[in-house]
Design a binder for this molecule. Structure first.
Ligand SMILES: Cc1cc2nc3c(=O)[nH]c(=O)nc-3n(C[C@H](O)[C@H](O)[C@H](O)COP(=O)(O)O)c2cc1C
Length: 197
């Protein structure tokens, strides 16, 4: 079996280990489980993320592998995501609440997606702190998920995040193994930062 590789970020100045060591694997141990306490810990991390005016325009649907909620999320993953994500221990559907109840859903919560992303970044960090890995997916069937969970129009499914215990790349179909061990890259800072004094 291939070893799990160290995919630590290469940085120009030191950053916290929890940030440099986080990455998004696709090979999860299909036998691993998460405890209720771990799930609550990750959700608390998500809950305490910042949000515009503290509106907390985000909601979550959470299912451990083997539960009804897991199956109901899993069936609306797109293409390739359906091949690897079912081995995760937990799926978390993150939903942006784009407008308050009874309001015109035309973007009244302008920061809802940002707030949702913030909370899921917190969740991923907490997962890492617990010795787990998290992998967000935008490849989801948004309309089908909304129908599956009977969500109103102002609730917009944004991502599903797979959380679990990392496993050997050998568990993946051959054509995807290489991605699991390839060098991690980012745009250089001087391309990302448009002005810096
Ligand atoms: C909003 C969002 C959507 C993503 N969608 C998918 C997806 O559908 N399938 C997938 O395999 N990875 C997906 N990813 C994972 C990215 O490809 C990954 O984060 C990126 O390549 C950087 O790699 P790293 O997270 O390992 O540093 C997504 C990530 C984000 C933040």
């Amino acid at each position: 079996m291939s070893a799990i590789v160290d995919r630590r970020a290469v940085t120009a100045a030191p950053i916290e280990e929890i940030l440099s060591m986080r990455w998004s694997p696709r090979s999860f141990d299909p036998a691993a489980v998460v405890s209720d306490e771990q799930v609550t810990s990750m959700l608390e991390a998500a809950r305490w993320a910042a949000s515009a005016s503290n509106v907390q325009a985000r909601r979550f649907v959470v299912g451990k592998r083997g539960t009804d909620s897991f199956a109901r999320i899993e069936r609306h993953l797109m293409g390739f995501n359906r091949t690897w994500a079912p081995n995760a221990s937990l799926l978390v559907l993150a939903i942006a609440v784009i407008a308050p109840e009874g309001d015109d859903p035309a973007g009244a919560h302008r920061w809802a997606e940002y707030d949702t992303g913030q909370s899921m970044a917190n969740l991923a960090s907490q997962a890492h702190a617990l010795g787990l890995h998290a992998h967000p997916m935008g490849g989801i069937e948004v309309a089908d998920l909304r129908a599956e969970f009977d969500l109103p129009e102002r609730f917009v499914p944004i991502t599903v995040t797979a959380v679990g215990t990392i496993a050997s790349p050998d568990l993946l179909p051959e054509k995807y193994r290489e991605r699991e061990t390839a060098e991690r890259t980012r745009l250089p800072l001087d391309e990302l930062v448009l002005a810096r004094d």
